[in-house]
Write a protein of this length. Structure first.
Length: 237
């Protein structure tokens, strides 16, 4: 292949019989354009991959990382998290990319009110708003029923159940493109997702016949625990 006036010329090898056919129709067919379109279509077919295949190839790439490359990926994740949320309070090494789990408790002040958000790294966010089933977040199991009618109605229920400040926080994260949802906590495992260290033990709360609901916001990188609420059992929304 060589270039003439910034246009590349390609030499192709074909059979004599095929060459005679090409010669026969060279006035009717623009072979350069046919070759270009056919080649671009073939390239697009090769490069077009579904999300699962892309994730598979990325996983295979990451599995071949050296310890130095894994350390680089881990440091990049810490840097990304710090720029977005501030320095993490907790850094937990993991076996899978990005090779670290990060956590930060962030105090939010609103007038005379103060509340704490729990921000963690999360690599398996909910894919859509129409979902019902069980998920795991921060070591805790939740039942999800996200078939709410509209965002406005859900926001109104947040204000009713959690108060105006929490409603404004939920509205803010929704505006930024986060998915805001609520889960009913099911398990009595150690409560890793407490919002404050001196918070009432939610395990004891559940054990006393109450239901604990947790309000979350998620994007494709992080989960934010916004607030908890407690309701007597059998009075679920």
């Amino acid at each position: 292949m060589h270039k003439v006036n910034s246009v590349a010329n390609i030499t192709m090898s074909v059979s004599d019989e095929f060459y005679q056919t090409l010669e026969k129709y060279k006035e009717e067919i623009n072979y350069s354009e046919v070759f270009k379109e056919a080649t671009l279509a073939q390239i697009a077919e090769i490069e077009e991959k579904g999300d699962l295949i892309k994730d598979l190839e990325q996983s295979l790439l990451e599995s071949a990382y050296t310890p130095e490359e894994k350390e680089r990926v881990k440091n990049e994740e810490i840097r990304r998290f710090t720029i977005k949320w501030g320095a993490p309070n907790t850094i937990i090494p993991t076996e899978d990319a990005p090779y670290v789990k990060l956590r930060r408790r962030q105090l939010i002040k609103h007038g005379k009110q103060a509340m704490t958000l729990l921000i963690t790294t999360q690599r398996n966010p909910l894919a859509h708003a129409k979902f019902e089933g069980v998920i795991n977040r921060n070591g805790c199991t939740y039942y999800m029923n996200l078939t709410r009618p509209t965002w406005i109605e859900f926001l109104q229920s947040i204000e009713h159940d959690y108060g105006k400040t929490v409603s404004n926080i939920a509205k803010y994260f929704n505006y930024l493109g986060f998915f805001v949802f609520e889960g009913l906590r099911l398990n009595l495992e150690p409560m890793e997702c407490k919002l404050t260290e001196n918070e009432v033990d939610l395990n004891e709360t559940i054990g006393n016949g109450n239901d604990v609901h947790t309000l979350f916001a998620e994007d494709f990188d992080n989960t934010i625990v916004i607030a908890h609420r407690v309701r007597p059992h059998n009075k679920l929304k």
